[in-house]
Write a protein of this length. Structure first.
Length: 318
């Protein structure tokens, strides 16, 4: 008898499109527990800038992979994959439906598909050499090095993600192989019976919502949150490369004015939303639902509930 795959509900889409509210409604309807698919919400003390869900917003629904690490700690895709797959098993063993909600495409992809991470050699001296190159010449010049060596990897890794750019260069340096070829050579075999829900919205309206969210973050104390991290001595680590933190770090370091930092934050957030949508559209088998008004949220919710029920054979609690 063929073994059936574990049902998993996944909600993806660009920042500010409305994933959080929908995820709570779906979790209530399908007896779900939510695993954060966001690479930065795992850090303690980084609440406002990551739009971390509050206890009130959780509304009694269990959430996982939030506030697990200190900001100075690193966190890799391989580690995320391992932890989330164990969480899926734990949630299913309790008779609940595992859900993954978030916008970090590579992290989510690594969990859902039969994707293995090779144990490439490391070269700390080379990493330090590339880090010094970036400090002297800037992230764009470092990214050009990667583009020349591995164009496909350069397309998927943003120039501001210096850590990943250096890692991709290090793989080439130590193995002679392109990281993109290693990844593309692996078969995308789904490990779960997945209902992959994508939320999208008219681009200009989405950008407006992103700006409104950032303005709200500023009102809620984003500058003070980042200042506390900066004054604690936190620097040169993965967490502060997050959008909302690196821009304000530039302000605290005296590299720009606060107004310039906020302008850059809004621009980077728009660009990130665009990259998120492109990633999910090209890399994963997503069924998209357009949340652009005048569509009514309750009507769209009913449509999504019907899709989940049909795809996974689950019955919604009304």
């Amino acid at each position: 008898m063929k073994k059936t795959k574990q049902p998993v509900i996944v909600i993806v889409g660009p920042t500010a499109v409305g994933k959080t509210k929908l995820s709570i409604d779906i979790a209530k309807a399908f007896n779900g527990e939510i695993i954060s698919g966001d690479s930065m919400q795992i850090y303690k003390g980084m609440d406002i800038g990551t739009a971390k869900i509050t206890p009130e917003e959780m509304d009694g629904i269990p959430h996982h992979l939030i506030d697990m690490k200190q900001p100075e700690e690193s966190f890799s895709t391989a580690e995320f994959q391992q932890i989330v797959r164990l969480k899926i098993e734990e949630i299913a063993a309790r008779g609940k439906t595992p859900m993954i909600v978030g916008g970090t495409g590579l992290y989510i992809q690594s969990v859902l598909y039969d994707y293995t991470f090779t144990e490439e050699k490391s070269d700390p001296a080379y990493r330090e050499e590339m880090a010094l190159f970036e400090k002297e010449h800037g992230s764009l010049q470092l990214h050009e090095k990667l583009r020349a060596a591995d164009p496909d990897a350069a397309t998927s890794i943003h120039p501001n993600n210096v850590r990943r750019v250096i890692r991709a260069l290090e793989v080439i340096h130590t193995t002679g192989k392109k990281i993109s070829e290693m990844q593309n050579g692996q078969q995308k075999i789904s490990l779960y019976d997945t209902a992959m829900i994508g939320l999208k919205m008219d681009r200009e309206l989405l950008y407006e919502r992103i700006h409104q969210r950032i303005d709200m973050m500023l009102e809620e104390g984003l500058v003070e949150e980042v200042k506390a991290l900066y004054q604690s001595g936190l620097k040169d680590c993965q967490s502060i490369q997050a959008i909302g933190y690196k821009e304000l770090y530039a302000y605290f370091q005296g590299d720009c004015s606060l107004d310039e930092a906020i302008k850059q934050l809004k621009q980077n957030s728009r660009r990130y939303a665009k990259r998120q949508f492109t990633w999910f559209r090209n890399k994963m088998d997503v069924t998209w639902f357009d949340m652009t008004p005048p569509c009514h949220f309750s009507d769209k919710k009913d449509e999504i509930f019907a899709y989940i029920a049909g795809k996974l054979g689950l019955k919604a609690k009304l």
